[in-house]
Design a protein around this ligand. Structure first.
Ligand code: CUA
Length: 182
């Protein structure tokens, strides 16, 4: 079979590009731990702030010592906005939204997730000590650029697990300027 020279160049070029693309995907998945979310858990957005999974919000330590973080996103804050976490310890985030889709991104790490009303996003990550900025990376309205948080990651032996009590839910103040009932 005779293949035209230009045809050959295109075939080889395309083959090289496909090999490169698959290699990049394989490298990111294996070496960098990038993967699509595989966790499906639903929640009623209207009752998030009274749901036991998000009331209280913040850090909870399980009986087995597992560190869990429960975060609620709403226009235009993360509740809680600041968290103190132990370094070198797997931390599982559980995040949901009460209004629109947000994106919880821990800047300069590979940890981030879409936060969709009706669903609980979940991922587990481990930190080095330091300060981490959290931003919202899904456009959610005119305060989107002000929606950020902070993580203080301290050496595990200096970290104090918070006392887990009933807690008081943080009720968001009305940021939409909407009407109030009297
Ligand atoms: Cu929340 Cu953008």
């Amino acid at each position: 079979m005779k293949i035209d020279l230009y045809e050959k160049i295109w075939m080889i070029g395309t083959g090289c590009m496909l090999t490169l693309f698959f290699s990049v995907i394989a490298y990111e998945a294996v070496a960098m731990g990038r993967m699509p979310p595989s966790h499906i858990e639903t929640i009623d957005p209207k009752t998030v702030l009274s749901d036991a999974r998000f009331n209280p919000q913040g850090v909870r330590v399980g009986p087995d010592g597992a560190v869990n973080v429960h975060v609620v996103g709403l226009m235009f804050v993360w509740l809680p906005g600041e968290l103190t976490l132990p370094a070198g310890t797997p931390v599982t985030f559980h995040i949901t939204s009460v209004d629109v889709t947000h994106g919880y991104e821990i800047v300069r790490t590979n940890a981030q997730s879409m936060v969709i009303p009706g669903y609980v996003s979940q991922f587990t990550t481990t930190f080095d000590p330091g300060e981490y900025l959290v931003v919202c990376n899904e456009y959610c309205g005119n305060g989107h650029h002000t929606m950020f948080g902070k993580l203080h990651v301290v050496p595990a032996d200096q970290w104090q697990a918070p006392a887990v009590t009933g807690g008081t839910p943080v009720v968001p103040t009305d940021t939409t300027g909407g009407a109030h009932d009297h």
